[in-house]
Design a binder for this molecule. Structure first.
Ligand code: ATP
Ligand code: MG
Length: 136
């Protein structure tokens, strides 16, 4: 498997729960290296553009509001098969369906406040890394 880079966001609900360290630790202990990281508060423009694929979905407005409701921690994770590995560590979008021991099973509130984001394909990983870290 190839070494990949993927974008991770620790979302506002997890930041406000004080579990940034516990989430980052799961990445590190599963072989993902944090190669870039920053904490910031997304503007509505940034969140809207980041989640533009969901523009037509009924939850889009709430999603943008929630993602701008507090600071987030954005990082680039690197490792063998990083994109899929990160998605596996995250668990299903709806924490009720997430495997036990996954980040969302352990830290997410519900399907809208679900603790983390992770890129879902090589194309999106590249776009999302560039979105936050154009210098990489
Ligand atoms: P993410 O893109 O944040 O990593 P995901 O890829 O697991 O999550 P997507 O289908 O891309 O899920 O949805 C993006 C985000 O939109 C979800 O993480 C969640 O915060 C929100 N979302 C998705 N489906 C719903 C829904 N049915 N109701 C409310 N919010 C939703
Ligand atoms: Mg997604």
């Amino acid at each position: 498997m190839a070494v990949e880079r993927t974008l991770s966001i620790i979302k506002p609900d997890a930041v406000s729960k004080n579990v940034i360290g516990q989430i980052l630790s799961r990445f590190e202990s599963n072989g993902l290296k944090i190669v870039a990281m920053k904490m910031l508060k997304l503007t509505p423009e940034q969140a809207g553009e980041f989640y533009a694929v969901h523009r037509e979905r009924p939850f889009y407005k709430d999603l943008v509001e929630y993602m701008t409701g507090g600071p987030v921690v954005v990082s680039v994770l690197e490792g063998e098969g990083a994109i899929e590995l990160n998605r596996k560590l995250m668990g299903a979008t709806d924490p009720k369906e997430a495997e036990p021991g996954t980040i969302r099973a352990d830290f997410a509130e519900d399907i809208s406040a679900n603790a983390v984001h992770g890129s879902d394909s090589p194309e999106n990983a590249e776009r999302e890394v560039r979105f936050f870290f154009p210098e990489l």
